[in-house]
Design a protein around this ligand. Structure first.
Ligand code: ATP
Length: 140
């Protein structure tokens, strides 16, 4: 039986995804390389573990293959994000969502087969711009 979600990287973005999914009753495995981050999510996610996901053996030990959807929310360390995504792809994860830091990062993620690449600041900027326009239209 496939488990639901694993979130790698518990910064503002990954942390927020983890909180929301968990609040909606989803089974979430929260992963971060730093102990303090993992401690913060112990009482929020169903499971929280310290792990460096750039290590293929670590990913295997976590049983990451058993997850249906993995969210890679590693930000600044673009190399770690790319390597993690590549290995998740090789391990046959069904659905991989990745946060991109810039256009170059996004291009590489698309090339290696990430299913959904998000660019939170840019995507949110677009949504807010459209919402400002539609509010303006309604106001006139
Ligand atoms: P945000 O804007 O969402 O706060 P960010 O873009 O500043 O995040 P970082 O803080 O660099 O991104 O990374 C997000 C999280 O990913 C951090 O908590 C960091 O510890 C974790 N992380 C970085 N490298 C790894 C790794 N190799 N394995 C697991 N977690 C990692």
């Amino acid at each position: 039986m496939k488990r639901e979600f694993a979130v790698i990287g518990l910064g503002r973005f990954g942390g927020s995804i983890c909180r929301e999914l968990s609040a909606e009753g989803m089974d979430v495995l929260a992963i971060d390389i730093y102990e303090d981050k993992v401690k913060e999510f112990k009482n929020i996610a169903a499971h929280a573990v310290i792990a460096d996901t750039t290590d293929e053996n670590v990913l295997k030990e976590l049983g990451i293959r058993n997850f249906d959807h993995v969210i890679v929310a590693i930000g600044d360390d673009i190399q770690a994000s790319i390597l993690t995504t590549l290995m998740l792809k090789e391990l046959g994860i069904n659905k991989i969502t990745v946060k991109a830091q810039n256009d170059y990062h996004e291009k590489v993620l698309n090339k290696i087969g990430a299913d959904h690449v998000v660019h939170p600041e840019r995507d949110m900027g677009k949504r807010i711009a459209h919402s400002i326009i539609s509010t303006n239209i309604l106001d006139h």
